[in-house]
Design a protein around this ligand. Sequence first.
Ligand code: D5M
Ligand code: FE
Ligand code: ZN
Length: 482
Amino acid sequence: MLKKELTFALNYALNKGFQIHPDAFKILENIDVKKLEKIIKEIVREKTRQKLFLINQDDLETYLGIKEDLNLKSEHRILSDPTSKITTGEGVKGYNALFSSRFNKLKRIIFDRPESRMLKSIASVKSVKTEDDMYVCGLVTTRNTERNIVKLVLEDPSGTFEGIVFDSELQKVAGSLLSDQFVMARISMGKNSGFIIKDLILPDIPEQAINRSETETFAVFLSDLHIGSKYFMEKEFSEFVSWISSPDPTARKVRFVLIGGDVVDGVGIYPNQDKELVFQTLEEQLRRLEELLDKIPKHVKIFIMPGNHDPGRRALPQPAIPKKYNNGLWERENVFMVGNPTMISLNGVKVLMFHGQSIDDIVKTTPGLSYDNPANVMKHLLKARHLSPIYGSQTPIAPEMEDLMVIDEIPDIFHVGHVHRAQLDMYKGILLINSGSWQRQTPFQASVGMTPNPGIALMVNLKTFQVFHENYNSNLDNILQS
Ligand code: D5M
Ligand code: FE
Ligand code: ZN
């Protein structure tokens, strides 16, 4: 049944001798009913003056100011993607290469610090006898807190170094170091020939100017759809994708959609998962994704990255979701299948996308960090210049020859998902986005006290960096955290 305001508008035009094109009708259907009467009267008046008695899509788009803006740029470049680089070295030899790559890349990054000019190898500081301060760097192999001292062990290619932190402020920094993270230390020899750590310097991010798009193009940030799960909010997600082609002025500027992993719920990811699935195969789950994404206009570029629920491989870095599970997505001209992590330039704005698996291990081992505040964990990763430092815990890391999880290049936007909490923050000029989820709280999440805020779509104006959001959750307590 037509809404009465729409019927009124149609009758008004027909009675004045107008025809309405079916495409124009589709637009009228989506217009706010309160505005319909005014719009139709004005268009009828204008077209009567022109003696043109057909109302078409173009008339409405011009009137509403929703004509596609052909000047909006939508250029993209995939700056890094692990998919083609994944080699997988074998056994211990592979891990040696990985850690030596990590050390070398991060040492190069720390070379931008003035103190690095005084860096010495661990083997050499052990043999010098001096009372002066010295600098060493390495990966953290052990972090121990005993009574009121913190003991750290660092490793570089020349050997291992053990030092003690006495200063209470510095102990807090030492206590928040992640295992296998890279750090530079200012040290001196103690009285009993042990080493004292006097300062700890992280690679971190320098203050820098961000890149901006020339035009006010918008990018949408999504993740953790979990299609196939009983708890996937299909109705809300479908409403959101339809919104992208609505007359809303923000929607009309969307040219990019980024999906940061866990696009499907997967199969066999956790015990008895089949009981919580509405689609039992990866093919069915991905076909549903394809159908839902089909509603997005073809001039919008969609980037799809895997997470821990998606097929490919579990260990980081992950290749793109393989073609064999869904050919259609790979073949679409406006869809780009990328690996995890990836760096993409959108009109010159550099977006680092990472699903966020390592957050689990980091919140478990670091005092002061929690699932409720993923942005703080993201800051930790940027300071460490590494997306997944901890080796040998819950997050599997593959023995690649090159450590592709090092944050070599500084992004303008850092996009993470995984923890199902939509949150915004800033760090050194970088916009931090956790894109939340489109899955209701699962029984597992309820059992561990995790409260997601699903159904919130975040979007950024790539020229001004202003963030907008559309909230599709009917629960009023479900709000964006920022
Ligand atoms: O993860 C959704 C969230 O649930 C994420 O924050 C991790 C958390 N999670 C998932 N599995 C576990 C286990 N086994 N222990 C603790 N926390 C967990 P997703 O990747 O969407 O399943
Ligand atoms: Fe998830
Ligand atoms: Zn996840």
